[in-house]
Design a protein around this ligand. Structure first.
Ligand SMILES: O=C(CO)COP(=O)(O)O
Length: 250
């Protein structure tokens, strides 16, 4: 059975005092449930605090990025070992903002994914097309190529530690969501790609999340689709009340 996941990507928001407030609103209000996972991804500086304050809650901690190298002369970067040391379990890789603003290529993302998996993390691997590609009806090709070149180098066993997030770029932070039908169509396509490349069981067991303007008022409908296994939430994860409403609509 696939794990249902709601993950909050805080992006570059929340200093330490804001992090304390937000986590106070979450810890204690999320119940542990079988086959359900709630994750928060605060900025690097607050990961340790998040881990410590969520120790007695079922909420797991994710990092928003990772460096593909083990250590050394990479000024400003953060390694797998450092993340492990502060209790991080999940790593988001390939977010569209990393791809577009920080020029992370498929090759870089493949290297980051390999490093994260080798170091024992669960990877949330993001894919998604820009508006132009959607308009040109190239969205399936874009997502296929992102998966093929950034993720599908992993073997069958390694794929057990992967969650895929479909985040159409035109729906991120815009208030515009993919329709539940558009999300379902792409998620089913991704699952078919998994089935073509790996065992059927891998395709069946991989959680595929939707991201892009998920809010309390649209989460339930999107999550009701058979191949949508949860969400990767940006803006609405910054308010405990909204994030909890999304978690509870699943
Ligand atoms: O990018 C996202 C999550 O990673 C989605 O962001 P929004 O929910 O703010 O659209």
């Amino acid at each position: 059975m696939r794990t249902k996941i709601v993950a909050g990507n805080w992006k570059m928001n929340c200093d330490l005092s804001e992090t304390k407030l937000l986590l106070e609103g979450l810890a204690g209000n999320v119940e542990a449930k079988e086959n359900k996972k709630v994750i928060v991804a605060p900025p690097y500086t607050n990961l340790h605090y998040a881990f410590e304050s969520l120790k007695d809650s079922p909420i797991a901690v994710a990092a928003q990025n990772i460096n593909e190298n083990e250590s050394g002369a990479h000024t400003g970067e953060i390694s797998a070992k450092m993340l492990k040391g502060v209790g991080v379990e999940y790593v988001i890789i390939g977010h569209s903002e990393r791809r577009s603003i920080y020029n992370e290529t498929d090759a870089t993302l493949a290297a980051k994914t390999n490093q994260a998996i080798a170091e024992g993390f669960q990877v949330i691997f993001c894919v998604g097309e820009e508006l132009e590609s959607r308009k040109a009806e190239k969205h399936f090709d874009v997502v296929k190529s992102q998966l093929k070149n950034g993720l599908f180098q992993l073997n069958e066993n390694e794929m057990e530690n992967v969650v895929i997030a479909y985040e159409p770029v035109w729906a991120i932070g815009t208030g515009e969501t993919a329709s539940p039908e558009q999300a379902q169509e792409m998620h089913a396509y991704i699952r078919q790609l998994l089935a073509d490349k790996y065992e059927t069981s891998t395709a069946e067991n991989t959680s595929i999340l939707y991201g892009g303007s998920v809010k309390p008022n649209n989460a339930e409908e999107i999550f009701s689709k058979p191949d949508v296994d949860g969400g990767l939430i940006g803006g609405a994860s910054l308010k405990a009340e909204d994030f909890l409403a999304i978690v509870n609509s699943h």
